[in-house]
Design a binder for this molecule. Structure first.
Ligand code: SAM
Length: 241
């Protein structure tokens, strides 16, 4: 089954952008996933092809009109035999997590709505089953980069995309911890040496050291993860003693 992405945007020309390169780009060329874009403006009905209007109650900026958004979503959903989840990129959404990314990557794909200006008329979330998704606690000028972030995170998990050498299971967030630090040659660089344990060849010792580093770094940099997942108490990976 191909992971099928449909992106609804006012700027379809920015896709695939970075998704056309490296892992995601090769997987796109290989047909492991598909990417379709729809211009929200094509669903406007007035002669000016308006997609936005002034905010009710006053204030700066413009708001994306619910009738136009619904027409765009319905157009895609009505033809969607797979019943893909509908997501809307917004800083008001639930923060995207690796767990949600894994769920999405295991499914048929996603229909992603990208906002601009002040964002969406809120009634779209009541009238259609749209999941609001945020990629972090900061404000971008549009949802396109968020959609790309979400799709890149999903696509690298699709079977065969990362290759057999890496399943991504040890990576940051998969275990509730940040990943352990990595090193590579040269052995000594600017007077700093690769930790001795990594050169010991003792795989159990290396696994235990990596787990300890992961716990320590997570405690220091992301104590919220330790609290949320009980990460510090997690068992070390098999092979560690
Ligand atoms: N007025 C909105 C607010 O304060 O919540 C911000 C609107 S933002 C300027 C325009 C669009 O960028 C949003 O509709 C959304 O699609 C996208 N966007 C901005 N920040 C985002 C984030 N952290 N996560 C996902 N999408 C974001």
């Amino acid at each position: 089954m191909t992971f099928a992405a449909t992106v609804l945007t006012l700027y379809p020309e920015v896709f695939p952008g970075p998704l056309g390169f490296s892992l995601a780009g090769r997987a796109l060329d290989a047909g492991t996933w598909s990417l379709e874009t729809k211009n929200i403006r094509d669903f406007a009905t007035d002669k000016h092809r308006s997609v936005d209007d002034t905010p009710a109650g006053g204030g700066a900026g413009m708001v994306l009109k619910p009738d136009v958004l619904a027409a765009a979503l319905d157009h895609v959903a009505d033809r969607d035999l797979q019943r893909r989840p509908m997501l809307a990129m917004t800083p008001r959404g639930a923060p995207l997590t690796q767990a949600r990314v894994r769920e999405l990557a295991a499914g048929p794909g996603a229909i992603i709505l990208c906002g601009r200006f002040e964002g969406f008329d809120e009634r779209i979330f009541e009238a259609r089953p749209v999941e609001p998704v945020s990629i972090g606690d900061y404000v971008l000028s549009g949802g396109e980069l968020g959609a790309m972030v979400l799709l890149d995170a999903c696509v690298r998990l699709l079977p065969g995309v990362m290759g057999s050498a890496s399943s991504g299971e040890e990576e940051s967030f998969e275990t509730g911890l940040l990943e352990y630090p990595h090193y590579t040659r040269p052995l000594i660089w600017e007077g700093r040496t690769i930790p001795e344990v990594l050169r010991s060849g003792d795989h159990a010792k290396i696994a235990a050291w990596r787990h300890e580093q992961a716990v320590n770094d997570t405690r220091l940099r992301r104590p919220d993860l330790i609290e949320r997942h009980g990460g510090a108490s997690q068992a070390p990976p098999s092979g560690a003693r």
